[in-house]
Design a protein around this ligand. Structure first.
Ligand SMILES: NC(=O)c1ccc[n+]([C@@H]2O[C@H](COP(=O)([O-])OP(=O)(O)OC[C@H]3O[C@@H](n4cnc5c(N)ncnc54)[C@H](O)[C@@H]3O)[C@@H](O)[C@H]2O)c1
Length: 282
């Protein structure tokens, strides 16, 4: 006898039921998509975002309203959240947030180090400040996130840490020496943390999006990219996907993050998962 289809909520996957996930850069874009998707899988969400201006970025910055909207969307999934304004360059802020989360929910299972910036500039337009800011946020911010959270994941007994790198962390992104450097550092950091944290049943993997349709593409971002391309047009087609869509949605990246966060990937660690439509091979 065929069963009548039940309400949608009943057939949802709940691979993270009762677990707690921390996401950086949670106010909008991919970070918000990760928070909402992990909440849909059953996790409570801890999050941090600078939610304000960042020196040098050519796109619109995130706001406190964005952070509040993420909170609303997580609540709509029936899960609790603790979202704060703060900077991943501030190790103390991350340490306090992780401790507060564990005090509230008693555990920390999943970490998504997603916060990052991207400033297009040809090699000879790049300044020491662009290079330093990019490394401070994309690399030191990622390291801070793992350092503040790993002790709690160890205490939980097992977990999954996911570092958001990029296509630029496997191949390279033209006209972004600083960004490419930072995202390759994240790739190496993934393997190095995976080696040591494996003994604590913690998996560490990186995700490598190609182009993503997020607010990072707002404001002057497209025109900045186009003007850098004029410096050497033969590099412009790099990063073209094999598939017909040029950019992924944030939700498509969140699908990969949810897989790596869940027990469906229980023997996968030190892996570098591309979600780029094949662009790394173009
Ligand atoms: N958009 C793309 O095409 C693309 C492609 C590959 C990789 N990525 C990476 O994906 C991640 C998410 O990017 P996105 O597309 O969602 O961009 P986004 O700009 O929409 O979101 C990034 C979020 O991180 C926050 N953030 C930035 N610096 C911070 C800091 N110092 N402390 C705390 N929060 C900070 C921002 O406020 C913002 O809310 C980044 O690491 C980015 O490098 C993006």
């Amino acid at each position: 006898m065929a069963l009548a289809p039940g309400p949608r909520r009943l057939i949802r996957l709940q691979r993270l039921d009762g677990r707690v996930a921390l996401v950086t850069g949670v106010a909008r874009g991919q970070g918000r998509a990760h928070a909402v998707r992990l909440a849909r899988e059953g996790a409570h969400i801890v999050g941090i975002d600078i939610a304000g201006p960042i020196d040098g970025i050519p796109y619109d910055h995130a706001t406190l309203d964005d952070l509040a909207e993420t909170e609303r969307l997580v609540a709509a999934e029936g899960r609790e959240s603790m979202l704060v304004q703060g900077d991943v360059r501030d190790l103390d802020a991350l340490t306090t947030l992780a401790s507060d989360a564990v005090e509230r929910w008693g555990r920390l299972d999943v970490v998504v180090a997603n916060a990052g910036i991207c400033i297009p500039a040809t090699w000879d337009e790049s300044t020491p400040k662009i290079f330093q800011d990019t490394l401070d946020i994309n690399v030191t911010g990622t390291w801070n996130t793992v350092m503040a959270t790993a002790p709690h994941v160890i205490a939980t007994g097992r977990g999954s840490i996911i570092l958001i790198s990029s296509y630029a962390g496997k191949k390279m992104q033209p006209f972004m020496v600083h960004y490419t450097t930072s995202k390759h550092a994240v790739t190496g950091m993934t393997r190095a943390f995976a080696a040591e944290l494996g003994a604590h049943n913690i998996r560490v993997n990186s995700v490598h999006p190609g182009a993503v349709d997020s607010p990072m593409g707002s404001g002057q971002m497209q025109s900045r990219i186009e003007s850098t391309m004029q410096a050497n047009p033969r590099l412009a087609p790099m990063g073209t996907p094999f598939l017909n869509e040029y950019a992924a949605s944030s939700e498509q990246i969140a699908d990969a993050v949810a897989f790596l966060a869940s027990d469906d990937s229980s023997f996968i660690t030190a892996e570098h998962l591309s979600v780029d439509g094949g662009a790394q091979y173009f």
